[in-house]
Design a protein around this ligand. Structure first.
Ligand SMILES: [Cu+2]
Length: 470
């Protein structure tokens, strides 16, 4: 069995972090014993080998550097975008558990492209704090996407909820230097909020990404090239997570000996220059490079190459030896480069979760500035793309007032609540949650003069500001 990336202690660590347990390892799996499945060369049928692999994914939102110096509020599986690389064998039963650890009150779900299982039963939204478990059998070998399928799927995928799963075929693959590359797009809004960008749904709809990346960060393999030795077999597992663009995968200065659409060894193309991996698709690329040097890998759709989807493959006789094996689950950032974060991306810390951070109002008590003064008893605030359109609201002291709140985020609940301060221990007014698109007019009783704090109680880390009563 081929394993991915790291060795020793780091593998243990990765397994712990990623939360996946390899239950019955299948070494050299030609499965017959106890199997109820029939098999054709391109697939198996039925119940498979009976080997069970526990896979646990935990949707959660956090922050991640998606380009040099650009922090983004990613929605993830297990705290990174892409989520962990999952690696199983043809015929395995995947005992899958999703535990929704959303920090912003968001439903999430799973969709495994490698599985045959009913959408209406197993791919449905899971509420925050709830768990969903089901089993499926890996009937097809190859490399596949998994993703969140909660509407709008465009938004959940754009914000980072995807990963790759490799299903190894019965016939052992030739030993190779392997890397996993998950291509995707990011659509940050114009301005960061407290230094962090949110996804812009309108840009997602318009297919106008700011970044097109491999493994969650623009240009990361320019700084930290993938390495190989001259003459060595290189195997690249490429998944295009989209949400919208095709990856026209090409290595400058080299040809692919073989491309296997969807990674199925029975789908063989020979002598390929560029092969398009569609959004939601995958492919296994094999090549051998004889001469030492730098060989950039790109999407050959050049309007997008410059947005971050170019990396270097460095062929060097002094490259460290390829790993003898690859772990069944791995940190997608390292992509097989070296142990411990050689890929340059730092897996985002789950502790950066919005509810864990103490919300610091973006405007200090005086930060509202001259523009933030009361002007009448009808206040207006709009929520869009998980942001308010202002970070300061003001009302006159000693008289009741109204807040006209418009929530433009379809399917997403928001509210406006006012507290004495950002510890949110003392509410002055709690607005009813409304799910967008919707508008509500809150009637707020008179408040004494002071400088207070407002937030959306569902998204406090990014939707907050100063509330001035004067
Ligand atoms: Cu989701």
């Amino acid at each position: 069995m081929r394993r991915f990336v790291l060795a020793g202690v780091f593998i243990e660590l990765a397994l712990l972090i990623i939360g996946i347990t390899w239950v019955h390892p299948v070494f050299g799996s030609n499965e017959t014993a106890g199997a109820t499945s029939a098999s054709q060369d391109y697939r198996v049928f039925g119940k498979g080998s009976g080997n069970v692999v526990n896979v646990n994914l935990e949707p959660t939102e956090t922050e991640q550097e998606i380009a040099q110096g650009v922090m983004y509020h990613v929605w993830t599986f297990n705290g990174t975008s892409p989520g962990p690389v999952i690696r199983v064998h043809l015929g395995d039963t995947i005992h899958f558990t999703l535990t929704n650890k959303s920090t912003i009150g968001m439903q999430h779900s799973i969709d495994f492209h490698a599985a045959d299982t009913p959408w209406d039963k197993n791919y449905q939204p899971v509420n925050p704090g709830e768990t969903k478990t089901f089993d499926w059998v890996a009937h097809f070998p190859g490399v596949f996407m998994y993703h969140c399928g909660v509407p709008p799927v465009l938004q959940h995928i754009s914000n980072g909820m995807y990963g790759a799963i490799i299903v190894e075929p019965h016939q052992k693959l030739a030993p190779a230097r392997e890397y996993v590359l998950v291509a995707s797009e990011f659509y940050p809004g114009k301005q960061p909020i407290n230094g962090v960008f949110e996804g812009d749904f309108n840009k997602m709809l318009a297919a106008e990404p700011k970044y097109v990346v491999f493994n969650g960060k623009a240009d990361q393999y320019k700084d930290n090239p993938l390495v190989a030795k001259p003459g060595e077999l290189i195997r690249l597992w490429v998944v295009d997570a989209g949400p919208t663009f095709t990856t026209a995968f090409h290595v400058i200065g080299a040809m692919f000996d073989h491309v296997y659409p969807d990674g199925n060894p029975t789908n063989v193309l020979n002598g390929v220059q560029t092969y398009s991996v569609p959004p939601g698709g995958g492919a296994m690329f094999e090549l051998t490079i004889e001469e030492a040097g730098l060989y950039p890998f790109v999407t050959h759709a050049f309007a997008y190459t410059g947005l971050g989807s170019v990396g270097l493959l460095k062929v060097d006789p002094n490259a460290p030896a390829a790993p003898a094996s690859y772990p069944m689950m791995a940190d997608p950032f390292s992509a097989g480069v070296t142990a411990a974060g050689g890929g340059g991306g730092t897996p985002a810390s789950p502790s950066a979760s919005p509810t864990g951070a103490s919300p610091s109002p973006s405007a200090s008590p005086t930060g509202g500035g001259a523009a933030c003064k009361p002007s009448g008893t009808e206040l207006h605030v709009t929520a869009s793309n998980l942001l308010f359109d202002t970070n300061c609201l003001a009302a006159p002291a000693g008289q009741p007032f109204t807040i006209v709140f418009e929530n433009k985020d379809g399917g997403i609940p928001h509210n406006v609540s006012i507290y004495t301060d950002s510890s949110v221990s003392t509410p002055l007014f709690k607005g009813k949650l409304i799910t967008g698109p919707d508008t509500v007019t809150y009637k707020v009783p008179a408040l004494d003069a002071g400088t207070y704090y407002f937030q959306c109680d569902v998204h406090p880390a990014t939707m907050n500001g100063t509330f001035v009563v004067a």
